[in-house]
Design a binder for this molecule. Structure first.
Ligand SMILES: [Zn+2]
Length: 708
């Protein structure tokens, strides 16, 4: 295995971060956040940061930021772009320094002190943000600039930022009466606390609702090592001699594909589906009802029919009607497709004289068998060819080298918050350092589920900053000395998250407000989805898919099967996703008087009404563990994955039409799209790149939805 393949030969150009002037803080020098990091690119000094640094840094960060904002609002000089918008862009450096680290680590590496501080801080941060957005003097300055924007002779990005500021403030309530502003502040504070409670319940519930079984035999199908890990987990819970399997993230659980005992599969699926709704300490039903109600009240206060209408107005979809239309247009063919797949599974069950009807807990177990039969391979045959380090170096990074000319050099001298976290310098084609990339790939009990990207430092010419970007996955960590062999889904996720990373690293804008992934929610998944295309691009696949022991390339016949099976199980995948998206919309298209009393009954009725109540395919997330929507930033926005996939599929076609994996194609995509962050209208950006609006056909084709 040649890990040196794309390591940069040149010497790193040394950047010093040209920090914009920062007001003095009263933090003691012993606090790790007191000064800007002196590490390359402002990389966080993880080894210096103590748990007790966060609280004071937040308090002081908010105090300094509030003083900066007051100074801007009370400036005796008439408002100018420079003394108002630029001044605000430069403000809050201490606060953003501590927030970026705390926000990221509370997802990736939390502990009890983080959780307590999170509960304490969430209402305070909401109040801090409200104090700025609802500051009447400040808004008067912004509005005066906005009203005469055509006469200010601003460059295109500055003009766009000014428009964004005006929109952000209006949407945050700047035009409300004083009495309504007070109501809004109370709502925001309560919503922030609810969101924190929801996320913490989900994390606790993963362990609390673990499936416990009495005998090793019941776990037949799982590897010996996985069973040993389940035994160790049970012992830690004081259940020595038993076996524990935590229930994480989506409704589907990885072990459902391998457990041969149907009754155990049924129990595991039941435990997963019941998360957050079976009573007890971590039940989320009341949190959901309260959140839905307060969001509806907030929307009404701001003049919208419901929260979805409020939220979607500022997205590329614009209205609930547009989203409903897309979801309903996809629902019928997707469910029909899933039923067809279900019938194929039932045929296998019947052939084996199973004597039962396909249920949700059978799907992955039997769909693997159908796959094996149809394509003559099973998923496990692939894994020896998908070793993590090889996938990264010779797959993810290799593709970024071929398409964009990037090179990567791992460095071990920077501090990390967990020994498994890895760090790379990223160099542009001309040899200049572009970014620092952090890879945090393994699952931990103190890390939230799923996969995500974040920026510790965002690019901005105004601030003189260069990107420090991280990717997080949840790959089960193998025992010491064993290789990390990925499933196809994990592999694809590594490419996906790296697509977000590229969006952050290629950012070439002036203002922090526009950096990298600060684009509409229903646009942000587009660049990441595009990057998934390289995972099965023949030139890339043949470069990384090599046996971890022998180095032998994956046999061509197997490669062909992998590519041929791309549309396999798309009916299931699309239906489970649509069901979750529909739940998200249903909850957020209610007005405050329509909030139901029973979460699960409302959920069932919503799925039925939308025609996605096909029992073998439950929603990808049920309401009570749907963190994207009740704790993350995707409220009324989960549809965005499919919405942006239209742009993705059309972009994949563009690459293919233009010769595929070529630097000229990558450079064009980077120049017209990836480098521009949120510095202009997103759909205009797409048009500039593609030469026209996106077409829906490539997406229908990909999702297997063209046959009626
Ligand atoms: Zn993503």
């Amino acid at each position: 295995m040649n890990t040196n393949l794309i390591i940069a030969a040149g010497v790193a150009a040394v950047f010093s971060v040209a920090h914009a002037a920062e007001p003095a803080s009263m933090l003691p020098a012993s606090n790790a956040f007191a000064k800007a990091s002196t590490l390359p690119f402002g990389y966080p000094p993880f080894d210096q940061i103590k748990n007790e640094d966060y609280g004071p840094a937040f308090a002081e960060g908010m105090r300094v930021n509030a003083a900066e904002i007051e100074a801007i609002a009370n400036n005796k000089q008439p408002a100018t772009f420079e003394n108002t918008i630029v001044a605000m862009e430069k403000a809050g450096q201490l606060l953003s320094r501590v927030s970026s680290v705390f926000g990221n680590l509370s997802g990736a590496n939390t502990n009890d002190s983080f959780k307590a501080l999170e509960r304490e801080l969430s209402p305070k941060l909401a109040a801090h943000s409200d104090a700025i957005r609802l500051n009447a003097k400040l808004y008067a300055r912004i509005k005066s600039l906005y009203d005469k924007r055509a006469k200010l002779h601003l460059d295109a990005e500055s003009l766009y930022v000014l428009e964004r500021y005006n929109t952000d403030f209006v949407r945050a309530g700047a035009k409300l009466s004083n009495a309504d502003k007070e109501k809004l502040k109370a709502l925001n504070s309560e919503l922030a606390q609810l969101s924190t409670s929801f996320a913490q319940n989900v994390l606790e519930e993963a362990n609390a609702s673990a499936l416990i079984v009495d005998t090793r035999e019941e776990l037949a199908g799982m590897s010996d090592k996985a069973i040993d890990a389940a035994a160790a987990d049970a012992a830690k819970r004081g259940l020595a001699g038993k076996f524990a399997i935590p229930v994480v993230n989506t409704t589907g659980q990885a072990n459902l594909a391998v457990l041969t005992n149907r009754a155990v599969r049924e129990r595991l699926m039941a435990a997963s589906l019941a998360r957050g709704s079976h009573g007890g300490k971590y039940d989320n039903t009341q949190v959901v009802l309260k959140t839905a109600k307060l969001r509806a009240e907030k929307a009404a206060l701001l003049g919208y029919a419901n929260y979805a209408a409020y939220s979607l107005e500022d997205q590329t979809a614009h209205t609930p009607e547009a989203v409903n239309k897309m979801l309903s247009e996809f629902a019928r063919p997707a469910v029909a497709n899933a039923r067809k797949e279900g019938a194929e599974i039932q045929a296998v069950i019947d052939k084996e004289n199973g004597g039962f009807q396909l249920a949700a807990h059978d799907w992955s177990f039997y769909s693997d068998k159908v796959r094996a039969e149809r394509f003559n391979f099973d998923q496990n045959q692939l894994r020896p060819y998908f070793e993590l380090n090889n996938v990264l170096t010779n797959g993810v990074f290799f593709a970024a080298n071929k398409v964009y000319g990037l090179t990567f050099k791992e460095r071990k001298d920077l501090p990390v918050y967990d020994p498994d976290v890895r760090v790379w310098d990223v160099f542009d084609a001309d040899g200049k350092q572009l970014a620092i990339f952090i890879g945090d790939y393994y699952a931990r009990s103190n890390k939230r589920g799923g996969a995500w990207m974040n920026a510790y430092v965002s690019q901005s010419k105004l601030m003189g900053t260069h990107p420090v970007i991280a990717n997080h996955l949840n790959i089960p960590k193998p025992n010491a000395g064993e290789p990390t062999l990925l499933t196809y889904d994990e592999l694809r996720t590594a490419f996906h998250e790296f697509g977000h990373a590229l969006h952050g690293m290629f950012s070439d804008v002036n203002y922090p407000r526009c950096a990298g992934t600060r684009v509409p929610r229903d646009f942000v998944e587009f660049p990441s989805q595009v990057n998934e295309m390289w995972s099965v691009w023949p030139e890339v696949l043949s470069n990384y898919a090599k046996h971890y022991q022998t180095g032998e390339p994956m046999p061509q016949a197997l490669l062909d099967k992998v590519i041929a099976s791309k549309k396999f199980n798309e009916g299931y995948r699309t239906t489970e996703y649509l069901a979750a998206s529909i739940l998200d919309q249903k909850w957020h298209q209610l007005d405050a008087s329509q909030i139901p009393a029973d979460v699960l009954a409302f959920e069932a009725a919503s799925l039925k009404a939308a025609g996605v109540d096909y029992a073998p395919v439950p929603p990808r997330y049920r309401t009570t563990y749907f963190s994207h929507v009740f704790a993350g930033g995707y409220s009324a926005g989960y549809y965005g994955y499919l919405w942006s996939e239209k742009l993705d599929a059309d972009t994949v076609n563009w690459f293919t039409e233009n010769g595929g994996m070529l630097r000229k194609n990558g450079d064009w995509f980077r120049k017209m799209l990836l480098s521009r962050g949120g510095s202009m209208d997103a759909m205009q950006m797409f048009r500039n790149f593609r030469g026209r609006d996106a077409r829906i056909e490539p997406l229908l084709e990909r999702r297997g939805l063209t046959e009626k």
